[in-house]
Design a protein around this ligand. Structure first.
Ligand code: PMP
Length: 459
């Protein structure tokens, strides 16, 4: 008898034959054949040839409704004409001047206009670089070295943030991190203001508290109402730098990000993704007195001993600046967020109705910015979606679908739906018809999962 794994592989190979061939080449080039951990997929990842709006196509011509959205960077969908025009025009004027240029000023001014905490801005190249910079600034500014972060929150892949993202939280997500670095990190449960108060009372060496304001791992573990305001208050009283990692929430919850949406202003904000309109880019935006650590003074001693040094060949490169300015100008209207948000809520409700009808355990939950699949999870019901924190331990949520994650994703891909792992985000290019097609595909995917027998099967 064929195993479940063989069945899934056979269905994948029949539908996506060219991707299977490319993957055979890729494993000889890249470890596990991929260039980002999240793109690893069993039985094999798909190779995309082009994308447009809310859709993308693989090498065999299969079409997908795209909920990955450039890892969250494409609020306007693929190839928005205004962004394409801006980047194309810039391309013919040069991709790197090794010099300051006007577009970087315009880009920084958009960040200042939109993000409440952005008194000053510095561009970097990714979200990882942005959180690295924010943490270093906080340490330099306070002269303290410890960092408080929350279990399950994601902040990129540099050394300091490798403890506390994955279960078990006390074990770093990567090998190769010095013990001294790990010893500087206090990983606390999310949403627990008392635990933070206790830690700050015992530890006078805390420089910063960093978190994803809307919730850990792109709000898979949502933030409780009132927590951010209490945290802001505590940080102000204790002189601890509050860092919002808005790499994914920035410009998405609102034009001013989650800090505008929840009306709580941090000291520093890490930005990336939508910031650069689908091209590489990141930034730290924050209080002028903290950002001044990056400034040169007319004092060689201070410049050598009291500054935060910062280089980066592609910081504020003209192409990313062009895409960023074009995108932020449209994001500033609030319309893309409104449009994507309304359809996201509709999709969540529709998916839960289908789970309910199919008597499939689990639920789909989320907010206007993203949906999260929690499918095949015994003890969970579609009615739990609105109160997921009451129903599940944060660790249970951040562990996700476990062994079902790959089969669920595979079943959805076979139905022409591409969520990013077990979450998905809409863009302003998604329309009602996409939601309807997704719900029809989702229904067939549930049937396929049942046919595969993955719920009770031994994968
Ligand atoms: N922080 C958050 C909240 C993120 O979602 C991500 C990326 N998914 C990062 C940091 C890291 O950003 P990058 O992949 O650009 O390094």
């Amino acid at each position: 008898m064929r195993s479940i794994t063989d069945t899934i592989h056979a269905e994948f190979a029949a539908r996506f034959p060219t991707s299977l061939k490319r993957y055979a080449e890729a494993v000889e080039v890249f470890p596990s054949g991929v260039t980002h951990d999240s793109r690893y997929l069993k039985p094999f990842p798909l190779y995309i040839s082009h994308a447009e709006g809310a859709h993308k196509w693989d090498l065999d011509g299969n079409e997908f409704i795209d909920y990955w959205g450039g890892h969250g960077s494409l609020l306007l969908g693929h190839n928005h004409p205004t962004v394409v025009r801006a980047v194309t025009e810039q391309l013919s004027r040069g991709t790197h001047y090794g010099a300051s240029h006007e577009l970087e000023i315009a880009w920084g001014q958009w960040v200042q206009r939109l993000i409440p905490s952005a008194e000053r801005v510095r561009f970097v190249n990714s979200g990882t670089e942005a959180t690295l910079m924010a943490i270093r600034l906080a340490r330099g500014f306070t002269g303290r070295q410890n960092i408080i972060r929350f279990a399950g929150h994601f902040h990129g892949w540099h050394d300091t943030v490798m403890l506390g993202y994955q279960v078990p939280y006390h074990h770093p997500s990567s090998v190769g991190i010095p013990g001294e670095t790990l010893a500087c990190v206090r990983c606390l449960p999310p949403n627990d203001i008392r635990a933070i108060e206790r830690t700050l009372a015992e530890d006078r060496d805390v420089a910063a508290i960093i978190l994803e304001p809307a919730g850990g791992a792109n709000a898979v573990i949502p933030t409780r109402p009132g927590f951010l305001a209490a945290l802001r208050d505590l940080c102000t009283r204790q002189g601890v730098v509050l860092i919002f990692d808005e790499v994914i929430s920035g410009f998405r919850y609102a034009p001013g990000g989650a800090q505008a949406f929840f009306d709580v202003t941090p000291d520093l904000t890490a930005l990336a993704k939508i910031l650069a309109g689908g091209l590489p880019g990141g930034a730290v935006a924050g209080r002028a007195d903290i950002m001044a650590l990056l400034a040169f003074k007319d004092n060689p001693q201070a410049n050598r001993y009291e500054r935060m040094m910062h280089m980066g060949t592609f910081n504020a490169n003209p192409l990313s600046a062009a895409a960023g300015v074009a995108t932020l100008e449209i994001a500033a209207t609030g319309e893309p967020q409104q449009q994507a948000g309304t359809l996201t809520l509709k999709l969540i409700q529709g998916m839960n109705d289908l789970l309910r009808a199919a008597r499939m355990p689990g639920c789909v939950y989320g907010d206007r910015a993203a949906f999260h699949l929690f499918i095949g999870q015994e003890g969970f019901h579609p009615d739990d979606a609105g109160q997921i924190l009451e129903r599940a331990e944060p660790a249970r949520l951040s562990a996700g679908m476990g062994r079902l994650a790959h089969p669920v994703r595979a079943a959805l891909l076979l139905e022409g739906i591409d969520p990013s792992g077990s979450s998905g985000r809409l863009s302003s290019a998604h329309i009602e018809a996409d939601v309807e097609r997704t719900l029809a595909g989702f229904e067939r995917a549930i049937a396929r999962l049942k046919r595969w027998g993955v719920l009770k099967g031994d994968l």
